[in-house]
Write a protein that binds this ligand. Structure first.
Ligand code: ZN
Length: 141
């Protein structure tokens, strides 16, 4: 991925998400009072209105809830990638993340696919969360 892709410009509430991604760790804000994950990050819990939260690690596994294939026209930084996918992943903990699914041909995309997070370093201090299919191995019994 080229280093000149547009970067997020996070505010103080969202900045830790990208800082954890740079460390290749998926963490989401979780309410300190009722334990509800709040993603996208927001100052108050949508369930109990608490302002208290911590950044908790999540497993990074989930299911493709929706997807699309991006075709031109796109921003110049993405011109060499088209057609590429964009997916919505429902994490096992419940929140939804928009991302890309790696290692899958566009014609093989499907909802319900089991996926796991991986991180792609784009530039110094900036990494994107991406997903790839979960590789399952059958237990030999
Ligand atoms: Zn809450």
């Amino acid at each position: 991925m080229p280093a000149d892709v547009p970067r997020p410009v996070p505010g103080p509430v969202e900045a830790p998400f990208w800082e954890w991604c740079a460390r290749h760790e998926l963490r989401l804000p979780r309410c300190a009072d009722c334990a509800t994950f709040r993603f996208p990050p927001r100052p108050r819990c949508h369930v109990c209105r608490s302002a208290a939260y911590t950044w908790e690690p999540v497993a990074g596994t989930g299911t493709v809830a929706s997807y699309t294939v991006i075709s031109p026209p796109v921003l110049p930084a993405f011109a060499d990638r088209v057609p590429y996918n964009a997916v919505v992943v429902e994490l096992d903990e419940g929140p939804f993340l928009v991302s890309n699914l790696l290692d899958v041909a566009n014609e093989d995309l499907a909802t319900g696919m089991r996926v796991e997070v991986t991180f792609v370093d784009v530039a110094d201090g900036f990494a994107l969360h991406q997903f790839r299919p979960v590789v399952t191995t059958e237990a030999a019994t």
